[in-house]
Design a protein around this ligand. Structure first.
Ligand code: G6P
Ligand code: MG
Length: 219
């Protein structure tokens, strides 16, 4: 059997943390008199914390705040987010994820995390799967946000695999773009119409069969 690098995004792929990001960002937006909807939240998927705040400020009308105030809001948002994270457990792992992780582990395939989040490690710890990952590349390790391919290229390197031999699971348009730019096999998890640039599409991990994984490993 061959060896490939399997790189997983975190938010929206392994766990549904988007709902917690939403609640924490909504509080920030409301404190500034900005209306922030679930639809607006879609714009923040895969986007860094700092960039997310800029997008939210752009939703308001002529919101002009100091750098100091921006930093305060970023700290407050993360504090609120961490209160939700602290309550997470393994029941929040998305359907089918464990089967895929178990299959890859049983077949000695490198499992890597490639996420923009600076909270990746505590989240993986909370849901009890940190030990599945051979390496973690997160928002603390890279400077260029997706769609820049940096996070995935660093991940492949850690697994000693070429980009060609790397497979990326992503739920965001920016993440699929990053994987494609890197020359990796991109797998979209979510709406195929949204993630239409992905090489393969699945609604969730329950749809991913062992036959499909074997094909990816041995091609
Ligand atoms: C992921 C999420 C984004 C989030 C980013 C940074 O990419 O999809 O919504 O803004 O990580 O997360 P952090 O936990 O560092 O605020
Ligand atoms: Mg994501």
């Amino acid at each position: 059997m061959k060896t490939k690098a399997f790189i997983f995004d975190l938010d929206g792929v392994i766990v549904d943390t988007a709902k917690y990001h939403f609640l924490a960002w909504q509080k920030v937006a409301n404190s500034l008199g900005i209306n922030f909807t679930h639809e607006d939240n879609e714009l923040l998927k895969g986007v860094s914390r700092v960039r997310s705040l800029e997008i939210i400020l752009g939703l308001g009308e002529n919101v002009d705040i100091t750098e100091e105030k921006k930093n305060e809001l970023l700290i407050k948002k993360n504090e609120d987010y961490l209160v939700y994270i602290d309550k997470m457990d393994d029941s929040e792992i998305l359907p089918g994820v464990m089967n895929v992780l178990d299959f890859l582990k049983a077949n000695n395939q490198p499992i890597i995390l490639g996420s923009a989040s600076k909270n990746a490690r505590p989240i993986l710890e909370k849901v009890n799967i940190l030990h599945y990952f051979d390496d973690i590349v997160d928002g603390n390790d890279v400077t260029n946000a997706k769609p820049d391919p940096e996070v995935f290229l660093v991940g492949a390197k850690k697994a000693n695999q070429s980009a060609e031999n790397s497979i990326v699971f992503e739920d965001s348009v920016a993440g699929i773009e990053a994987a494609n730019i890197a020359g990796m096999t991109s797998i979209g998890i979510g709406e195929a119409s949204v993630l239409n640039e992905a090489k393969y599409n699945f609604n969730n991990f329950k749809e991913i069969t062992e036959d499909f994984l074997n094909e990816l490993i041995n091609k």
